[in-house]
Design a protein. Structure first.
Length: 168
Protein backbone atom coordinates (compact mmCIF):
# COMPACT_ATOMS: atom_id res chain seq x y z
CA UNK A 1 0.00 0.00 0.00
CA UNK A 2 2.81 2.44 0.81
CA UNK A 3 4.26 1.91 -2.69
CA UNK A 4 0.89 2.45 -4.37
CA UNK A 5 0.21 5.86 -2.79
CA UNK A 6 3.29 7.61 -4.27
CA UNK A 7 2.50 6.04 -7.63
CA UNK A 8 -1.07 7.35 -7.49
CA UNK A 9 0.19 10.84 -6.55
CA UNK A 10 2.70 10.77 -9.39
CA UNK A 11 0.01 9.72 -11.90
CA UNK A 12 -2.34 12.45 -10.66
CA UNK A 13 0.42 15.04 -10.99
CA UNK A 14 1.09 13.97 -14.58
CA UNK A 15 -2.62 13.99 -15.41
CA UNK A 16 -3.05 17.48 -13.99
CA UNK A 17 0.19 18.91 -15.40
CA UNK A 18 -1.41 19.68 -18.76
CA UNK A 19 -4.19 21.68 -17.14
CA UNK A 20 -2.03 24.74 -16.50
CA UNK A 21 -0.91 25.14 -20.10
CA UNK A 22 -4.32 26.37 -21.21
CA UNK A 23 -5.14 28.25 -18.00
CA UNK A 24 -4.96 31.65 -19.72
CA UNK A 25 -7.45 30.65 -22.40
CA UNK A 26 -10.39 32.98 -22.73
CA UNK A 27 -12.67 34.21 -25.47
CA UNK A 28 -10.37 37.20 -26.03
CA UNK A 29 -8.68 37.70 -29.37
CA UNK A 30 -5.00 38.53 -29.52
CA UNK A 31 -4.25 42.25 -29.80
CA UNK A 32 -0.56 41.57 -30.51
CA UNK A 33 1.64 38.64 -31.49
CA UNK A 34 5.16 38.86 -30.02
CA UNK A 35 8.05 36.72 -31.21
CA UNK A 36 11.33 36.38 -29.34
CA UNK A 37 13.64 34.73 -31.86
CA UNK A 38 16.50 34.26 -29.38
CA UNK A 39 14.27 32.32 -26.98
CA UNK A 40 12.31 30.59 -29.79
CA UNK A 41 9.00 31.77 -28.26
CA UNK A 42 5.78 33.16 -29.71
CA UNK A 43 3.30 34.94 -27.44
CA UNK A 44 -0.33 35.66 -28.23
CA UNK A 45 -1.11 38.78 -26.21
CA UNK A 46 -4.37 40.46 -25.23
CA UNK A 47 -3.23 43.88 -24.08
CA UNK A 48 -0.65 43.01 -21.38
CA UNK A 49 -1.91 39.47 -20.73
CA UNK A 50 -0.31 36.42 -22.34
CA UNK A 51 -3.11 34.28 -23.75
CA UNK A 52 -0.83 31.56 -25.12
CA UNK A 53 2.90 30.91 -25.35
CA UNK A 54 4.48 28.50 -27.85
CA UNK A 55 7.91 27.13 -28.75
CA UNK A 56 8.76 27.96 -32.39
CA UNK A 57 11.13 26.84 -35.11
CA UNK A 58 12.73 29.42 -37.39
CA UNK A 59 14.92 29.48 -40.50
CA UNK A 60 18.34 27.88 -40.55
CA UNK A 61 20.09 31.26 -40.11
CA UNK A 62 17.85 32.99 -37.56
CA UNK A 63 20.12 35.67 -36.06
CA UNK A 64 19.52 39.13 -37.49
CA UNK A 65 16.93 40.80 -39.69
CA UNK A 66 15.97 39.28 -43.04
CA UNK A 67 18.10 40.98 -45.72
CA UNK A 68 17.23 39.11 -48.90
CA UNK A 69 15.45 36.19 -50.43
CA UNK A 70 17.08 32.88 -49.52
CA UNK A 71 18.96 34.06 -46.41
CA UNK A 72 16.87 31.77 -44.14
CA UNK A 73 16.18 34.61 -41.71
CA UNK A 74 12.94 35.76 -40.14
CA UNK A 75 12.41 39.53 -40.37
CA UNK A 76 12.64 41.66 -37.25
CA UNK A 77 10.47 44.64 -36.44
CA UNK A 78 6.77 45.44 -36.44
CA UNK A 79 4.53 44.06 -39.18
CA UNK A 80 0.87 43.17 -39.68
CA UNK A 81 -0.65 39.71 -40.01
CA UNK A 82 -2.48 40.55 -43.21
CA UNK A 83 -4.15 37.36 -44.47
CA UNK A 84 -4.85 33.75 -43.55
CA UNK A 85 -4.11 30.83 -45.86
CA UNK A 86 -5.89 27.51 -45.50
CA UNK A 87 -4.50 25.95 -48.70
CA UNK A 88 -0.83 26.23 -47.81
CA UNK A 89 1.92 23.64 -48.36
CA UNK A 90 1.98 23.66 -44.57
CA UNK A 91 -0.87 23.02 -42.16
CA UNK A 92 -2.62 26.40 -42.10
CA UNK A 93 -0.76 29.71 -42.26
CA UNK A 94 -1.08 33.41 -41.54
CA UNK A 95 0.98 35.87 -43.59
CA UNK A 96 3.37 38.49 -42.15
CA UNK A 97 3.40 41.76 -44.12
CA UNK A 98 7.13 41.51 -44.93
CA UNK A 99 8.62 43.24 -46.89
CA UNK A 100 7.56 46.72 -45.92
CA UNK A 101 8.75 49.86 -47.75
CA UNK A 102 11.96 50.07 -45.68
CA UNK A 103 12.79 46.40 -46.34
CA UNK A 104 12.15 46.83 -50.06
CA UNK A 105 14.34 49.94 -50.26
CA UNK A 106 17.20 48.29 -48.33
CA UNK A 107 17.11 45.28 -50.66
CA UNK A 108 16.95 47.52 -53.75
CA UNK A 109 19.97 49.48 -52.52
CA UNK A 110 21.84 46.19 -52.01
CA UNK A 111 20.81 44.95 -55.45
CA UNK A 112 18.92 41.93 -54.11
CA UNK A 113 15.34 40.73 -53.79
CA UNK A 114 13.90 41.17 -50.28
CA UNK A 115 12.03 37.88 -50.54
CA UNK A 116 8.54 37.45 -49.19
CA UNK A 117 5.87 34.92 -48.26
CA UNK A 118 6.98 34.95 -44.65
CA UNK A 119 4.32 33.27 -42.53
CA UNK A 120 3.47 31.70 -39.24
CA UNK A 121 2.53 28.15 -40.19
CA UNK A 122 2.08 24.59 -39.00
CA UNK A 123 3.96 21.51 -40.07
CA UNK A 124 4.52 20.41 -43.67
CA UNK A 125 1.38 18.75 -45.04
CA UNK A 126 1.29 15.01 -44.28
CA UNK A 127 4.21 15.34 -41.85
CA UNK A 128 2.49 16.77 -38.75
CA UNK A 129 3.44 13.63 -36.85
CA UNK A 130 7.09 14.77 -37.06
CA UNK A 131 6.43 17.96 -35.05
CA UNK A 132 7.97 16.58 -31.82
CA UNK A 133 11.24 16.24 -33.74
CA UNK A 134 11.05 19.13 -36.22
CA UNK A 135 10.24 21.74 -33.59
CA UNK A 136 13.67 21.24 -31.98
CA UNK A 137 15.43 22.41 -35.16
CA UNK A 138 15.39 25.62 -37.20
CA UNK A 139 14.13 24.21 -40.47
CA UNK A 140 12.05 26.86 -42.26
CA UNK A 141 13.07 29.22 -45.06
CA UNK A 142 12.51 32.16 -42.70
CA UNK A 143 8.97 31.49 -41.52
CA UNK A 144 7.82 30.81 -37.96
CA UNK A 145 6.71 27.20 -37.46
CA UNK A 146 4.39 25.78 -34.82
CA UNK A 147 2.77 22.41 -34.24
CA UNK A 148 -0.54 21.91 -36.03
CA UNK A 149 -2.48 22.04 -32.75
CA UNK A 150 -0.80 25.34 -31.86
CA UNK A 151 -1.52 26.68 -35.35
CA UNK A 152 -5.22 25.94 -34.81
CA UNK A 153 -5.10 28.13 -31.69
CA UNK A 154 -3.34 30.93 -33.59
CA UNK A 155 -5.94 30.82 -36.37
CA UNK A 156 -8.76 30.99 -33.80
CA UNK A 157 -7.32 33.78 -31.63
CA UNK A 158 -5.52 35.99 -34.17
CA UNK A 159 -7.55 38.09 -36.57
CA UNK A 160 -6.34 39.56 -39.86
CA UNK A 161 -4.91 43.00 -39.12
CA UNK A 162 -3.29 42.03 -35.81
CA UNK A 163 0.21 43.49 -35.38
CA UNK A 164 3.23 41.24 -34.88
CA UNK A 165 6.50 42.32 -33.22
CA UNK A 166 9.54 40.16 -33.96
CA UNK A 167 12.83 40.68 -32.13
CA UNK A 168 16.05 38.87 -31.38
Amino acid sequence: MTRVFPLVLWLCAIALSGCGSEANTSNANATLVKVDKSERRLYLMHNDQVLHEFHIALGGNPRGHKQQEGDHRTPEGRYILDYKKEDSSFYRAIHISYPNAQDTEAARAAGVSPGGLIMIHGQPNRFGFLAPILQWFDWTEGCIALTNREMDIVMDVVQVGTPIEIEW
